[in-house]
Design a protein around this ligand. Structure first.
Ligand code: X2W
Length: 287
């Protein structure tokens, strides 16, 4: 008797919650949302399952998620196993041709397919590809002595639009192709920003392991304009590892993305919290 009363109470709360989400679900109807899933956010099978469930939920609500993933920690582990030394400069891995082979194997082979499987396991229809497929991400060699690290110079988004229109959830590994068919290693955030720009996405969600952009007192700034971001960077309030993320955000906005959210991807149901509740999550940057 007690059990059924509690169950009724929970069910009523769930029904109310679903009803309250309606205006937010309607607001995003048909929207293309690019989501960068970093390697750190994929730490456990539970986190992966919860993320996959959220993606299927979005698609079920006629919101079109496009996932661009990282996998830095998984690449590190494989390089270590193969006894290949590795080094980063300003958040980018120095990439010899040998390193790029391992990066491609790990990202396109293992990581990409495990995300695809997780989504399909929740009843979604995900398709994995990399920035090399259909020349999605054309790159030039990045400045500095980073080897085969690529900077995107063109995005051929047609293949992604085709997948979206056919009801699939694209899952993209951050590799790029050069003008002469070379394979480039692209930073996951950079790839996500470029692809969001190429798709003119409604939103780019950068799932990270921090709660957002913080002010000088360490409080998260929930709403920021591009101008404020530049100003805070000049003043040194935005610094270190946050700079590549805010720079990605500014570039994406410049390319026509409506809003970028930098948020903690380790929270359960982070994407639903951001899109379906009035609370939102992390820091939203707009033009
Ligand atoms: C990254 C690509 C993976 C990535 C790398 O080799 O680690 C460059 O640094 P996270 O998990 O998002 O950090 N590429 C050029 O960005 O992974």
């Amino acid at each position: 008797m007690e059990k059924s009363k509690a169950m009724k109470r929970d069910s009523i709360a769930t029904a109310r919650l679903l009803s309250e989400a309606l205006p937010n679900i309607q607001r995003h109807d048909g929207a293309i949302i690019v989501i960068k899933l970093g390697g750190h956010a994929m730490s456990s099978p539970e986190a992966m399952k919860s993320f996959a469930r959220d993606m299927v939920m979005l698609r079920q609500c006629n919101i079109k998620p496009v996932i661009v993933h990282g996998g830095g920690p998984m690449i590190n582990a494989m390089l270590e196993k193969l006894e290949i030394p590795t080094e980063f400069v300003n958040g980018k891995r120095i990439s010899t041709p040998e390193t790029v082979d391992v990066v491609e194997m790990v990202l396109s082979g293992k990581v990409n397919k495990s995300i695809v499987s997780a989504i399909n396991g929740q009843g979604g229809r995900a398709v994995g590809l990399s920035g090399k497929d259909a020349n999605l991400l054309v790159c030039e060699q990045a400045a500095g002595d980073l080897g085969m690290v690529g900077d995107p110079v063109a995005v051929n988004a047609k293949v992604v639009f085709s997948l979206i229109e056919s009801g699939f959830i694209p899952v993209i590994a951050p590799l790029g192709t050069g003008k002469n068919g070379e394979t480039f290693n692209v930073n996951g955030d950079t790839a996500a920003g470029a692809i969001a720009g190429g798709l003119k996405a409604n939103r780019l969600l950068l799932l990270t392991d921090v709660s957002g952009v913080k002010d000088a007192d360490g409080d998260v700034l929930t709403n920021l304009s591009a101008e404020q971001v530049s100003d805070l960077t000049d003043k040194g309030v935005i610094s270190g590892g946050m700079i590549p993320k805010t720079q990605t955000a500014l570039d994406a906005i410049n390319d026509g993305v409506r809003a970028v959210v930098i948020m903690d991807g380790r929270m359960a149901n982070a994407c639903l919290l951001e899109l379906f509740t009035d609370y939102g999550a992390g820091s939203m940057i707009r033009a």
